[in-house]
Design a protein around this ligand. Structure first.
Ligand code: FMN
Length: 377
């Protein structure tokens, strides 16, 4: 049993990410227009406060451990300008943190857009607002037009992680050092670094990263507390191997058990056919293929690197739900789908639905009780 009076156990006792549930759950991209679905159907998520807070209320009612916003500054064009409207993630987390009591709340921070002194202080403020339920998701920024909007050229990939490491090192010093410190690095200089109060979580709030490259995996396994990983294959053995690779890297680097999460999208129906019909409707009949095309091109995926059929399938998958693990079917099949991720070794899954509010409500009413019945929560 964790003791809230013991400083060395404070983080594990307060942040729901460390609870004992066998399958942890969260929401993904509930701060942006369209959430994770690149479709022009009615009912996709709007970037307004009533909508995002409706999702947070449902997440709170189901004790979700991770409300993970996306850091996004520009949309992907097309007819929907997918994700073009959205809330800045630290201020979003402060607001959502104040209206919830139990859920785990994240901010997703692009390293180049926030000075580390500012990031440390904002994170500490949200950690106090939430009484230790806050986690910081560090992203280095892959979407070139939005990074260049800040006036700096996009850095070479691995150098972005070198900068992130320095950024995080300064933040951890600000979170933990009582005395003032100077810091001279390749990217930052800090003169008399100081921050009070310290965060509630000790030694500091949970730090997460979703690096997928070799450099990204090294960053998360050596310096972060939680890993998020986008699946490269949906084949069970490959999923298990991918999850294990992150856990093994952290065991080797630090001797710790690294929690590993992934993302999934749910398309639920009364029958399996109804679920697939809805998938075809919002993806194949109403998908914004132009925005999906822009998105995959920005990721460096194109006709030269991918055969045409595979490229089309990948785009459909992005339209369906940001290319997360696809779960389509009845409520029982949704539970089975989550079970496959659990079996592959994942500690948690962040979810999204095309009609985010309607889909999550159906999940809360019909599916969540089955997950509880399964003993996973
Ligand atoms: C669950 C998840 C959430 C992510 N959130 C964001 C985000 O909000 N903003 C962003 O620019 N990148 C985001 N990314 C991209 C990652 O930060 C990372 O750049 C990507 O997985 C590629 O890995 P690499 O940086 O090691 O090449 C996310 C990735 C995953 C899997």
């Amino acid at each position: 049993m964790l003791d809230r009076k013991r400083p060395d156990q404070l983080r594990e006792a307060l942040n729901p990410l460390f609870n004992e549930r066998k399958l942890k759950l969260g929401t993904f991209s509930s701060n942006l227009s369209h959430g994770c679905a690149i479709s022009d159907i009615e009912g996709t998520l709007k970037a307004d406060w009533p909508s995002t807070s409706a999702l947070a209320e449902m997440a709170e009612a189901m004790d979700f451990e991770a409300l993970v916003p996306v850091g996004r500054w520009k949309g992907f064009g097309g007819t929907t300008n997918f994700n073009g409207a959205g809330f800045e993630s630290y201020t979003w987390a402060a607001g959502i943190g104040a209206m919830t009591k139990k859920a785990g709340v994240f901010a997703t921070s692009h390293v180049p857009t926030v000075h580390p002194i500012m990031a440390a202080k904002q994170a500490t403020t949200i950690d106090h607002i939430t009484n230790g339920r806050f986690s910081l998701n560090i992203v280095t920024g892959w979407f070139q037009p939005e990074m260049e909007m800040f006036g700096e050229p996009q850095m070479e990939h691995d150098r972005r992680y070198e900068r992130a490491l320095e950024w995080l090192e300064i933040i951890k010093l600000l979170w933990t050092r009582e005395e003032e410190f100077d810091f001279e690095g390749k990217f930052y200089r800090i003169n008399g670094g100081y921050q009070q109060p310290k965060p509630i979580q000790k030694p500091y709030p949970v730090v997460m990263n979703a690096g997928g490259s070799a450099k990204g995996r090294e960053f998360v396994s050596k310096y972060c507390d939680v890993s998020f990983t986008a699946l490269v294959s949906h084949e069970p053995d490959a999923m298990a191997a991918q999850c294990a690779a992150y856990k093994n890297a952290a065991r080797q680097a630090r001797g710790i058990e690294l929690p590993v999460w992934t993302n999934a999208y749910i398309v639920q129906g009364e029958t399996e056919k109804e679920a697939w019909d809805f998938f075809n409707y919002y993806v194949h009949e109403h998908g914004d293929w132009e925005a999906a095309d822009n998105l995959v091109r920005q990721l460096g995926i194109n006709a030269e690197t991918f055969p045409p059929d595979a490229l089309k399938a990948l785009k459909a998958h992005f339209i369906g739900g940001w290319a997360g693990y696809q779960i389509v079917g009845t409520k029982e099949q949704v539970v089975d789908g989550l079970g496959r991720l659990k079996k592959a070794g994942f500690d948690g899954v962040i979810l999204s639905w095309a009609r985010y509010i309607e889909g999550m409500r159906e999940f809360q009413e019909k599916t969540y009780p089955l997950i509880v019945q399964a003993g996973w929560r």
